[in-house]
Design a protein around this ligand. Structure first.
Ligand code: ZN
Length: 416
């Protein structure tokens, strides 16, 4: 259990393979023993690659999932990720309601990130924006073999068709086919919470997590589950809605597009926090939050609550502690169900983790089956704003490797 894990810098070992990366120490810190270790490691890496049979129709340049090799090289003290020839070249795209971000993804890191505003005037405009973002990255970094895309939408994974989408006008659009035709490369589409979970699985302490549960606390509560290194989606891709697990059958109405009551999202989302704070402000207009509401047209936002709690307001602190308690109830359920190695908390609300996460951990410990809880590590998300892009890129690399898709022309020929 390490609640502080997300706040630490990842230690850079002197030499050695760290998951997807081979890390070199900065030049000025290197000594003769490093050179020796480098030679041994390079030979070991060469042996692994040489011993690996060609895969996917004789295309020997692509490694199998989980057999990826990258090298982080020191350039004038700066650490830059250099993609190994064995790894498929991919672009990850994170499509949000306000911006589209895209980057070349190597291992669990993004580079040459590009961002543009999302034009939500219609499906064609969104498609144009995604295509332009991908082409910009390709122009800057070279051809790619696959593109992964994360969306805040319900996606039928096998076909890449958007089933439902609240903030982006893509409902009913066969996005995988549309973009595949435009880009001439395999395209993989998934829910952004799933992509974020995959990114976190690649970023937790080495080796990458095989079993991970992620909760994204934002306006709503998103969930992502990684089992055996792959995203768990349910039969068609709509599953893993952890925010709609019920904590109290008679609880408040769920604020999401959900008919249920007492869901995790009804207690641990920004919307729930806002609801409770606004209610408190109405009941006690003389309170700190009551004053905030009076200054803001009767409404108290989640950010207002966090600010008030940070300033020491007891009401605001109580609201966040209560959120933490309910979060702990949910965490205990997920620990008992999935027995993950890691349970990761992300989303905008996680920035205020000091105000609720210890409470959540304490509550979860008191409720989960002890033998399971002792094995899980709870931490904050590490990918930050790049989680969607990194996860989408990892998805593309993983799915391309699994599908062995050589039937379509690759982007080496058609994109860029
Ligand atoms: Zn719900």
């Amino acid at each position: 259990m390490d609640l502080l894990a997300g706040r630490r810098e990842r230690p850079v070992p002197a030499v050695g393979q760290v998951g997807h990366y081979l890390i070199h120490r900065r030049d000025e810190e290197r000594g003769p023993e490093d050179e020796e270790a480098d030679r041994a490691r390079d030979q070991a890496g060469a042996d692994v690659l040489a011993g690996e049979p060609p895969v996917h129709g004789g295309r020997s340049t692509r490694s199998r999932p989980g057999r990826v090799a990258f090298r982080a090289c020191s350039r004038g003290g700066e650490t830059a990720v250099v993609q190994d020839a064995a790894e498929p070249a991919v672009v990850g795209v994170d499509v949000g309601g306000t911006k589209i971000a895209a980057a070349r993804v190597a291992g669990a890191s993004a580079r040459d990130l590009t961002q543009r505003a999302t034009d939500i005037s219609g499906p064609e405009a969104v498609l144009d924006g995604i295509e332009a973002a991908v082409r910009e990255v390709v122009d800057a970094t070279g051809p790619v073999e696959a593109v992964g895309i994360g969306l805040p939408s319900q996606v039928e994974f096998a076909t890449g068709t958007v089933v439902a989408s609240v903030n982006i006008p893509l409902a009913g659009v066969p996005l995988r086919d549309e973009l595949g035709t435009r880009l001439g490369t395999p395209v993989y589409i998934d829910n952004d919470a799933n992509c974020a979970a995959l990114a976190e699985a690649g970023l937790v302490d080495e080796p990458p997590a095989r079993h991970l549960v992620m909760l994204t606390l934002g306006t709503g509560v998103g969930g992502g589950i990684v089992i055996d290194g792959r995203i768990f989606r349910g039969s068609s891709g709509l599953g893993a809605e952890l925010g709609h697990v019920v904590l109290d059958a008679n609880g408040p109405a769920c604020p999401g597009a959900c008919p249920n009551r007492g869901c995790l999202e009804a207690y641990c989302s920004g919307t729930a926090l806002e609801r409770d704070a606004t209610e408190l402000a109405q009941d006690r207009p003389e309170s700190w939050l009551g004053q905030v509401a009076a200054d803001h047209g009767g409404r108290v936002t989640g950010r207002d609550v966090v600010n008030a709690a940070t300033e020491g307001d007891e009401d605001a602190r109580d609201l966040l502690e209560r959120l933490g308690t309910w979060l702990g109830v949910g965490i205990a359920d997920f620990v008992n169900t999935f027995e993950p190695e890691h349970l990761v908390i992300g989303g905008g609300l996680s920035a205020a983790h000091e105000l609720f996460l210890h409470t959540a951990e304490h509550e979860a410990r008191s409720r989960a089956l002890p033998a399971l809880f002792e094995r899980v590590r709870i931490s904050l998300a590490r990918a930050g704003n790049d989680a969607g892009v990194i996860g989408a890129g990892l998805l593309a690399a993983q799915e391309l490797g699994l599908s062995g898709d050589t039937s379509r022309p690759t982007a080496r020929e058609e994109v860029g």
